[in-house]
Design a protein around this ligand. Structure first.
Ligand SMILES: Cc1cc2nc3c(=O)[nH]c(=O)nc-3n(C[C@H](O)[C@H](O)[C@H](O)COP(=O)(O)OP(=O)(O)OC[C@H]3O[C@@H](n4cnc5c(N)ncnc54)[C@H](O)[C@@H]3O)c2cc1C
Length: 438
């Protein structure tokens, strides 16, 4: 079956516009003092005209279908857009496609009631509300959500939530959390959880802290981009905020999976944008720095890094576009292997390319004068969030192994090949032996 990643000229023009807009208007935001970059209100003020321009270009919240006010781009085009936006961490928010809001809007589009969509999803899409996704817990393995411990117990027309979550990204600046909690502990594991909309001003909801992490070790609670620890202490939520209403009971796992498929493609394409930016720095340094009688770019070891990086990025790009194409054609649930492959492969390529770019810059590479050191620290987490590498590799390997059967003797063993040849060419061998007596 042919793969086709071609895009029409009008869309190519939009991609060019986005590239130019990023260079001209968004990447310069990185030069602002850090306290301004981290102040939600000030950044909203500075970026408001940029968001308006994006909306005028018809490029706002492109992940959703036209009925929901998006452009209905599909995954290939979204991937290409995210590749451009990935170059700068400010860009996704300015285009209304930032995680976790995109995934959360997709989850609500998929599973919420009409009233929930109107009250929570639409303002989220319009950029008027911020959200967070609250699944992972400190004391249970996030890679195995069948073990979640936070519970919601029905009490009349309300649910009472108790438990502790962490790494709820953006939780401390969110207006509401989508909390995945256990509602049916007795049933089979994949039907135990449900998803709740939890407004962050609900009594009993405690924002404990934003957990400092290697990408932001000096992060202060309440700054955007934090990974929040949250305690649910008898948090009472009306039944109307159970995602999907009565039909939503037991749907937590299914909804979480729907949320993660497209998100992983967008991550992988954003990583390519980051990788390319690091690669450009690598090459610029290679043609500029002179050592041991020649430019670094003339040394074969540096040429090896350049060639390996280019090959890895091209391979990752093709794999990701193919996964996006597969998803557009066959849907997320039939693209699990494709998505799992790009999740661990893309994260590795990102890390490799940034690492080589740092190496070619020597001491400058690990200094904060260049963005490489912070890109490197952020890249490490890519191997963990949205499922660690190992879990994705298990998915791929299990699916592949389903295509094989157990045998007593390896099918390629000489004895079996000789037996097959005897059966197929027996007559010929007899004739040959008759004509060639020993
Ligand atoms: C930057 C960042 C942002 C995040 N944002 C969010 C968010 O917004 N909302 C949210 O709910 N969560 C979020 N998370 C949490 C993330 O989803 C979890 O960290 C992840 O699912 C792994 O869970 P865990 O940390 O509990 O590790 P564990 O599940 O304890 O796994 C630890 C390690 O065990 C190994 N392992 C696990 N399973 C297997 C296996 N089958 N075979 C071999 N080895 C295995 C892996 O090496 C894995 O890294 C975020 C995490 C990070 C780092």
């Amino acid at each position: 079956m042919a793969w086709d990643f071609e895009t029409e000229p009008e869309f190519d023009a939009k991609l060019r516009w986005m590239r130019d807009f990023l260079d001209r208007e968004i990447i310069p935001l990185e030069g602002l003092p850090r306290h301004v970059q981290l102040d939600v209100d000030r950044m909203d003020e500075i970026t408001a005209p940029l968001k308006e321009e994006v909306k005028r270009q018809g490029l706002w919240a492109t992940h959703l279908t036209p009925e929901l006010g998006g452009m209905g781009f599909g995954q290939v085009k979204l991937g290409l857009q995210n590749e451009i936006l990935g170059r700068c961490s400010f860009a996704p928010r300015i285009f209304g496609v930032n995680a976790p809001d995109t995934g959360n809007a997709e989850l609500l589009a998929e599973g919420a009631t009409a009233e929930q969509k109107e009250q929570w999803m639409q303002p989220l899409l319009d950029g008027k509300l911020r959200s967070a996704f609250s699944m992972t817990e400190p004391h249970t393995p996030g890679s195995d959500p069948t073990q979640l411990k936070t519970t919601a117990v029905r009490d009349g027309d309300e649910w009472v939530i108790n438990g502790r979550k962490w790494f709820t990204s953006n939780g401390s600046v969110a207006d509401f959390l989508l909390a995945m909690v256990v509602t049916n502990p007795e049933v089979e594991p994949l039907r135990r959880t449900s998803m709740f909309i939890v407004p962050t001003d609900t009594p009993g909801l405690q924002i404990v802290r934003d957990v400092p992490v290697m990408s932001h070790p000096d992060h202060q609670t309440g700054e955007p981009g934090g990974h929040t620890e949250v305690v649910y202490d008898n948090v009472r939520i009306p039944h109307a905020l159970l995602v999907g209403g009565d039909d939503g009971v037991g749907q937590g796992f299914v909804l979480a999976q729907k949320r993660l498929g497209p998100g992983r493609i967008h991550h992988a394409m954003r990583w390519l944008g980051q990788s390319r930016r690091a690669f450009d720095m690598l090459c610029e340094r290679a043609v500029s720095r002179e050592a041991h009688g020649g430019k670094l770019g003339e040394k074969q070891m540096v040429q090896d890094w350049i060639a390996e990086s280019e090959a890895e990025m091209r391979a990752a790009r093709l794999l990701t576009l193919q996964a996006a194409w597969h998803m557009d054609r066959h849907g997320a649930s039939k693209s699990r292997v494709e998505i799992a492959i790009i999740k661990f492969w893309g994260a590795k390529v990102l890390f490799n390319v940034i690492d080589r770019a740092i190496q070619v810059h020597g001491a400058l590479g690990i200094s904060s004068d260049l963005p490489l050191e912070s890109m490197y620290r952020a890249a490490r987490a890519a191997r963990i969030y949205d499922g660690p590498d190992e879990v994705h590799k298990v998915t791929v390997a299990r699916r592949i192994l389903k295509g094989y059967s157990e045998v007593e003797t390896p099918s390629e063993h000489l004895s079996l090949r000789q037996a097959a040849a005897q059966e197929k060419f027996g007559d010929y061998l007899v004739r040959w032996a008759d004509n060639n007596p020993l």
